[in-house]
Design a binder for this molecule. Structure first.
Ligand code: TXA
Ligand code: MG
Length: 341
């Protein structure tokens, strides 16, 4: 398939919207990551997204809208809490899971009776969605399993030849996917952490916001007994593929603990790997600015792939606020290959 490459002129946006309207696939920038869009109400169009990404079809998609009024097209579940979050955080990197109206196809919701909805703040995204006149289902515009794309180049690398068009806009400012919060009960629950934190959400709602318990567990990937310990002669193993998302081609190890110890352990490991003639990349973000880590992390993994890095040694961030969201991605990228120091 010939993939058309658009810029962001008004004419480009109109053409992109036309393709979406007629059931085609168009990737476009949002403030979080690039999305791969299709008409969310057209089961055939949405079906093509799964195929283009190589994504399992039980993984539901987010429906993107360009106006708060369009929320009513997708759900009857606009509670006072939902309304509050729409007011405070939309447009922006927050996705709300709400009961789905029957008009939302099962292929969009992965067979669920709920639908995830987001109103992006990126002006190009908003213009494309608005011009298409329909809600747009848009997972991240990467091949399934690869790091989410934060530049137009990343999208071209993954999807050129597989979709109808790519709109190249600015690089993504947030860099990780939106916060997903389940609003289908009185007790809001974060299903995917993002740049909008539990604390901000709970403050806006005036009530506690919980986390999906699955977010607080790390699978045990070591052979026998829990996570690898400092001082053990660790030989990182190839982690279970089912845990590996956002995976770089390189082996990746996360060092967690006191920053000074982490720096020392990484330096030691780096020397050892260099002796093995491996190409090593170190990732150590400023703990005080996790938003910078969020913005850069996926691009970094892709850069490592391109330059043929063999092993990535990464320092963990503190697991709170935005740091928690970054570490959620970092742990998955590394297949939970963690060394505690
Ligand atoms: O920032 C983002 O959210 C980006 C941009 C393009 O907007 N999109 C994105 O889509 O990350 P995707 O498909 O890669 O991730 C959607 C997430 C998945 O974790 C999915 O399981 C969850 O949202 N999700 C979607 N619908 C859901 C539902 N009805 N119930 C629970 N989780 C849902
Ligand atoms: Mg994704």
């Amino acid at each position: 398939m010939d993939t058309r490459i658009f810029g962001t002129t008004e004419q480009d946006i109109m053409q992109a919207a036309e393709i979406l309207k007629s059931g085609g696939l168009v990737a476009f920038p949002t403030e979080t990551v690039y999305g791969l869009g299709a008409n969310a109400l057209d089961p055939e169009a949405v079906g093509k997204v799964y195929a283009a990404k190589g994504r399992p079809s039980d993984n539901p998609m987010i429906a993107h809208i360009s106006s708060k009024d369009d929320m009513g097209l997708l759900t009857d579940g606009i509670t006072a809490d939902v309304e509050k979050l729409m007011e405070v955080f939309w447009p922006g990197p927050l996705t709300m899971v709400v009961p789905a109206k029957p008009v939302v196809p099962k292929v969009t919701t992965g067979g669920l009776d709920t639908v995830a909805v987001r109103m992006p703040s990126d002006p190009v995204a908003a213009a494309i969605i608005s011009a298409s006149g329909v809600p747009i289902a848009a997972p991240s515009a990467n091949l399934s399993g690869r790091p989410s794309p934060t530049t137009g180049r990343h999208v071209i690398d993954d999807l050129d030849g597989r979709i109808d068009a790519i709109v190249i806009g600015s690089d993504c400012q947030v860099g990780i996917e939106s916060t997903v919060i389940d609003m289908t009960s009185d007790q809001p629950m974060i299903l995917r952490p993002g740049i909008i934190t539990a604390q901000q959400l709970s403050q806006a709602l005036g009530k506690e916001v919980t986390f999906d318990p699955a977010l607080l567990q790390k699978p045990d990937t070591s052979a026998g007994s829990g996570l690898l310990e400092a001082g053990s002669d660790f030989r990182p193993k190839s982690p279970g593929m089912k845990y590996k998302h956002y995976a770089p081609k390189a082996e990746m190890i996360i060092f967690q603990g006191d920053r000074q110890n982490v720096a020392m352990a990484i330096a030691e490991e780096k020397m050892k790997r260099a002796q093995w003639e491996q190409k090593v990349e170190v990732i150590m973000y400023d703990e005080e600015h996790p938003e910078e880590a969020a913005k850069e992390f996926f691009a970094k993994l892709r850069a490592c792939d391109k330059s043929g890095v063999d092993v990535i040694l990464a320092a963990a961030l503190k697991e709170d606020g935005i740091g928690f969201a970054v570490m959620n991605r970092m742990f998955k990228s590394a297949g939970y290959n963690i060394v505690n120091v």
